[in-house]
Structure formats: structure tokens, C-alpha cells
Design a protein. Structure first.
Lengths: 110, 119
């Protein structure tokens, strides 16, 4: 159960776009699209933003999008807003039927 | 209103036990896999365990295997986590969450219950 690798921090100005990467091992990813992304504001529970790499649950803004290349998934937030600031975690349902998270990325909106 | 509410956290001495509960409402509990995730103070999310809708498929993280037991009562619409031989490193906020589908992410989260292991 190897943790996923995310950058510790990213930043952007309002209106800009940012991308957060999330890399797993080939044995954990196995060619599947079981990556999901969560947003967490301080003191709050995480919120599901994307699942299956790029699918948005009902109610999540279309400013949030996802992609995947090989063993790396990416979350892109376009048109950055102040409320987007927080911690973002990627997660993977592995080929071994376990769940792993990335270490988290702190997004700062300048 | 779809929600899950955790309870049962508290202060416990190393080596002690605690049973966490997660009460659910607003959805057909027996249709969903459920999961426990924890977050140590100032740290990231860590998966603990999940259980299938019928309770027959269970997986644990290596960090808790042999010390915790996940279970569910579909009639009571509740999820549980029995934690034994607790260690300082088990100190965390424990979240109960609903799995959208197997492998598809967790779409409903509770506010968490805090477990502190300290002498």
C-alpha cells in the first residue's frame, strides 16, 4: 500500500488555472481509472470533487476537471476562486482492493 | 437528507479499546459499501478499512490489521469500528464515509469523531 505522490503546495491568482498531479505505482494503478479527488477546508470533512479520474458528482462545479496519463492523475481547477483554497487529496482504489491517499496538496489562492 | 454521523471517540490509554459508531440516514444503507478513514492531527487522510454492502467483503490497512474490526448492522443502518490495542499513532479524527460504488470514491462523509490515545 504505497502512498500516492502529490506536490505539497500549489498557488494561483483568482481567475487562473492550476493543476495538481498525483502519481501512483503501476502495480497499484493497474491501468484502471479508480482515481478520485477530495477538497478539504480547515476543520471540515473532505468533499468528493472527482471520481473515476474525471467524473464530477452532482453539485461540483465544472471548473474542476481531471485527466490521467499512465500512472498519474491530474486535477485542474480553472477560473480560480478564493473559496477553492484548501487542501486537496487524491485517492486510488488499488488492484489489491485497498485504498491509498496522496499526502495532500495545499492550494493557496493569492 | 443523506447523512452519516460518527460517535464513540474519546481519550483512551495506550493498549485500550474503543468502539466507534456511524449512524446513517437518508439513503438505503444496505446498498452501499462503507469505509473508515482517519486523519492524524495536522496530517493527511489515511484509509483504515472498508466493508461491502452485505458485510461479506472486508479489507484493512496494514497499519491497523489485527487490531481493528469493522462491522455493520444493516437493520440499524449503522457502521462500527472496534479498535483494540490502541497506540499513540492511532490518535486521529475518524471519518465514516459512504462509497459511491466500489472504487468510485466516497461521496458522503461525516464530521468525524476524535480518538486520542495518551497516558
Amino acid at each position: 500500500q504505497s502512498a500516492l505522490t502529490q506536490p505539497a503546495s500549489v498557488s494561483g491568482s483568482p481567475g487562473q488555472s492550476i493543476t495538481i498531479s498525483c502519481t501512483g505505482t503501476s502495480s497499484d494503478v493497474g491501468g484502471y481509472n479508480y482515481f478520485s479527488w477530495y477538497q478539504q477546508h480547515p476543520g471540515k470533512a473532505p468533499k468528493l470533487m472527482l471520481y473515476d479520474v474525471g467524473n464530477r458528482p452532482s453539485g461540483v462545479s465544472n471548473r474542476f476537471s481531471g485527466s490521467k496519463s499512465d500512472n498519474t492523475a491530474s486535477l485542474t481547477i480553472s477560473g480560480l476562486q478564493a473559496d477553492d483554497e484548501g487542501d486537496y487529496y487524491c485517492s486510488l482504489y488499488t488492484t489489491g482492493n485497498t485504498v491509498v491517499f496522496g499526502g495532500g496538496t495545499k492550494l493557496t489562492v493569492l | 437528507q443523506v447523512q452519516v454521523v460518527e460517535s464513540g471517540g474519546g481519550l483512551v490509554k495506550p493498549g485500550g479499546s474503543l468502539r466507534l459508531s456511524c449512524a446513517t440516514s437518508g439513503f438505503t444503507f444496505s446498498d452501499y459499501y462503507m469505509i473508515w478513514i482517519r486523519q492524524a492531527p495536522g496530517k493527511g487522510l489515511e484509509w483504515v478499512s472498508y466493508i461491502s454492502s452485505g458485510g461479506d467483503v472486508i479489507y484493512y490497512a496494514d497499519s491497523v490489521k489485527g487490531r481493528v474490526t469493522i462491522s455493520r448492522d444493516n437493520a440499524e443502518k449503522s457502521l462500527y469500528l472496534q479498535m483494540n490495542s490502541l497506540r499513540a499513532e492511532d490518535t486521529a479524527v475518524y471519518y465514516c464515509a459512504r462509497c459511491l460504488l466500489v472504487g468510485k470514491g466516497m461521496d458522503v462523509w461525516g464530521q468525524g469523531t476524535t480518538v486520542t490515545v495518551s497516558s
